[in-house]
Write a protein that binds this ligand. Structure first.
Ligand code: ATP
Ligand code: MG
Length: 776
């Protein structure tokens, strides 16, 4: 091998090296956390390229999140240079979208099909259940939605399902009917839901051998990270793409018109980190792998390079209590490291305060930067009390996941406009915006449009365009619907004329009156809605900058595929910011300092797992994932009383805490001073919690999450009539940020941008036209 290739093997241990250079045949790498699985995958790709065994176009690498994909592309880029850029490194979903867009015709799909996210699908299921007249109490649409998702992950189509439940109970029979109609409605809307992306691709490859052959010829190397979290549909996808080796095809069978060789398949995973059973991920995949590819080579990695021995011993102690697992022999030579710090807080606020103080102290004593620190919790709702304290003490932080940006109402509305522009048959999104902002098209009018579309067998969108002929539509509604139809036609023309996604967005929000309505509102929440739309505008502008030829469809595709982990904002200074996230989101990542919070029975492990062995085992794997993210320092904390749903609850210590050997722990506080609380009144605690001082920090830095100080808010086409003109030194008020002082003004008139210091809310750069700023 070349020098460059040799260099890629440097610093790898013998097992890792064997995995990187492995040739000919399937490879299964099953190993514990931090043993270098992802690193092996990256080096293997680079090695394949460096030795000339493969070209970039022949590689398909699958990761669990878009962020992981970007990181892997970067890392391979560092190893082999810019040619890494056009390699297929993506999530299952993105890879499938790429294939489906290309092969849409074969399936009778439009290549600009919409992708429905979970919320869209649930809405559609709601409509379907109504259409079927199902009692929502007995047949909850949400439950149906979840079941349909499960079925798709198992590759069970409506016909299969109807057959298996033919003699079954009403619930399953109705589910079968709803599943069928739901799929029909999706097809009419030229839309696919998230699970369809995988299932449809599998169907495509199975039904059209020529298509399958095309991709099999193309992808000679398929590599999958986090293999333990693939579900059955994903498993079959990989199998279809790689091809299963024929039993009697020895090396001699490779004649010219013979079967295609099987792709080299490399999968890496850790059964102890399987944490997506609720989405259908199954350990069965590893078993099936071994039977589908009987000649597969298995490599075990046993050296951990991430954590100290103390952290590793603790994590092993927790996971070893799970039944039915293959014991592993993970070791590290990085030394014992500091003890694990334990802390019992009185309540969740006090727990947060301890963490903030500790981060501050580590900064002073050990030079730990905020960016080195991650705080984990079991469920998103737990982030709020942590955030409150971090804001108060001025520690910069970001929340990964949480109230996801793309799930906010105004963002969804704006995207609904874009989707309906891109796809005139997208019924769900058309319905969403038909009367948003209010334009006098009520439920009755919508029902008449629906009836018309069914009678005439046309799409809902076509019915809107055919409003004249809708029976029974009142004149007022008719005018309104016509106005809407014209609006959409104008916007579609704009898109067809090659306008950028940002321009289309601006124009849609402007002509529809959506933005004007928010701007006119005196509800402070609407001010932050405008900010969020400004953020969306920034996303669209960034998209065009990175992909100048990208059209509206490309943009929507990007948006649809952004998983929650992708919202990590860029750190603007090298000290970084504290990362807050759920344990699920933390998979695959590592941090020098990790706080695992809420270690209470009922929080982590989750309440609903306490009575179920299987779920408890999954919680334990989740704990194992949490602990093994830490490199040097690990903190385990709990609150004696935690407020959930506005109710204080006294919770016992998590059983996982008891599993950690006592000698590894350094308890900073062992008992809550409130441990004596027994069913009494909690009134005193609230005051105490809120009266807590905010730590000892000086002037506060703004939290990263709220806005990007450097992105001028909403550069759009329509000047605001009353855009205030301000000068340096002026005092102003802003609906959301309060009092501020202008410290700089850039350009003037319609595009005036002012830099304003809002004190505790930080310095913001605002496009005055769109900002609720008033001069004092
Ligand atoms: P997880 O199970 O959490 O996904 P993993 O097995 O994928 O972990 P990696 O993230 O690849 O592990 O590696 C963990 C850390 O150890 C990384 O910082 C990686 O750079 C480092 N590492 C892995 N192998 C080596 C090695 N041979 N020498 C030095 N560092 C290594
Ligand atoms: Mg990994």
């Amino acid at each position: 091998a070349s020098l460059a290739a040799e260099a890629l093997l440097e610093g790898l241990n013998p097992q890792q090296r064997a995995a990187v250079i492995h040739e000919g045949g399937q490879l299964l790498i099953i190993a514990g956390a931090g043993s270098g699985k992802t690193r092996v995958l990256t080096h293997r790709i680079a090695y394949l390229l460096a030795t000339g065994r493969s070209r970039t176009g022949q590689i398909l690498a699958i990761t669990f999140t878009n962020k992981a994909a970007a990181e892997m592309r970067d890392r391979v880029g560092e190893l082999v240079g810019p040619r890494a850029r056009n390699m297929w490194v993506s999530t299952f979903h993105s890879a499938c979208v790429r294939i489906l867009r290309r092969e849409a015709k074969t399936l009778g799909l439009r290549s600009n099909f919409s992708i429905y996210d979970a919320a869209d699908s649930q809405r559609l299921m709601l409509l379907v259940c109504r259409e079927l007249d199902l009692d929502p109490k007995r047949f909850p649409p949400k439950a149906f939605s979840n079941r349909v998702s499960d079925l798709k992950n198992e590759l069970v189509d409506p016909d299969d399902y109807a057959r298996t439940v033919a003699d079954s109970n009403p619930f399953e029979q109705n589910l079968a009917a709803a599943y069928r109609l739901y799929n029909e409605r999706l097809r009419q809307a030229h839309a696919l839901d998230f699970d369809d992306l995988i299932m449809t691709t599998v169907n495509l490859l199975q039904a059209f051998p020529a298509v399958a052959e095309h991709y099999r010829r193309r992808f000679r190397h398929i590599l999958v990270d986090e293999y333990q979290d693939t579900n059955h549909a994903q498993y079959m996808l990989v199998r279809e793409l790689a091809g299963v080796p024929l039993e009697d095809s020895g090396p001699a069978a490779g004649g010219a018109d013979n079967e295609l060789p099987t792709a080299e398949l490399t999968v890496v995973g850790d059964a102890d980190q399987s944490i997506y059973a609720f989405r259908g991920a199954t350990i069965r995949n590893i078993v099936e792998f071994e039977s589908d590819y009987p000649d597969a080579t298995t490599i075990l990695l046993e050296q951990n390079y991430r954590s100290t021995q103390t952290i590793l011993t603790a994590a092993n102690a927790v996971i070893s209590r799970n039944p039915d697992r293959r014991a592993k022999n993970l070791w590290t030579d990085s030394g014992a490291g500091p003890q694990i710090v334990g802390y019992v807080a009185d309540n969740d606020h006090e727990e947060a305060r301890f963490i903030a103080e500790e981060i501050d102290r580590l900064g002073d004593s050990d030079g730990v930067r905020p960016g080195d620190v991650a705080i984990f919790y079991r469920t998103n709702a737990q982030s709020r009390s942590l955030e409150e304290v971090l804001i108060r003490v001025g520690l910069p932080y970001k929340v990964v996941g949480g109230t996801r940006f793309y799930e906010r109402r105004e963002v969804k509305d704006a995207i609904a406009y874009l989707r309906a522009i891109a796809n005139p048959d997208d019924a769900i999104n058309l319905r969403r915006i038909l009367n948003v902002p209010k334009r006098g098209v009520g439920d009755r009018a919508e029902a008449m449009l629906t009836a018309h579309s069914e009678r005439e067998r046309i799409s809902f969108g076509a019915a809107i365009d055919d409003a004249e002929n809708v029976i029974g539509l009142a004149t007022r509604s008719l005018t309104a619907v016509r106005g809407f139809a014209d609006l959409m036609t104008g916007l579609r023309d704009l898109a067809a004329g090659g306008a950028s996604p940002a321009e289309i967005l601006d124009t849609a929000l402007d002509r529809s009156g959506y933005l004007a309505e928010l701007r006119a509102s005196d509800d402070p929440q609407d001010a932050s809605r405008v900010e969020n739309l400004a953020e969306l505008h920034a996303v669209a502008t960034e998209f065009s900058a990175s992909d100048p030829d990208g059209d509206l469809g490309d943009f929507l595709e990007r948006v649809a595929l952004v998983a929650d982990t992708d919202q990590i904002p860029d750190d603007d200074d090298d000290r970084g910011v504290v990362t807050l996230m759920t344990v699920h989101t933390a998979k695959g990542l590592e941090f020098p300092v990790v706080f695992v919070t809420g270690l209470e029975d009922g929080t982590f492990p989750h309440q609903r797992s306490l009575a179920d062995e299987t779920e408890l085992a999954e919680e334990r794997r989740l704990a194992y994932v949490a602990l093994t993210r830490a490199r040097q320092r690990l903190y385990l904390s709990r609150a004696a009383v935690r407020t959930a749903w506005g109710m204080p609850n006294e919770l016992p210590a998590s059983r996982f805490l008891a599993d950690v050997p006592e000698e590894l722990m350094d308890w900073k506080r062992r008992e809550s001073s409130m441990a004596v609380l027994r069913g009494g009144s909690f009134t005193g605690y609230r005051n105490r919690a809120d009266g807590g001082r905010s730590g000892s920090r000086g002037p506060s830095a703004p939290p990263v999450r709220t806005t990007r100080a450097d992105t001028p808010s909403f550069g759009s086409a329509t000047p605001r009539a009353d855009a205030p003109s301000v000068d340096v030194g002026d005092r102003v008020t802003h609906d959301a940020y309060g009092l501020g002082r202008v410290i700089a003004v850039e350009s003037s008139g319609a595009n005036a941008v002012a830099k304003i210091d809002f004190g505790a809310s930080g310095v913001k750069r605002l496009l005055l036209r769109y900002s609720p700023v008033t001069k004092l």
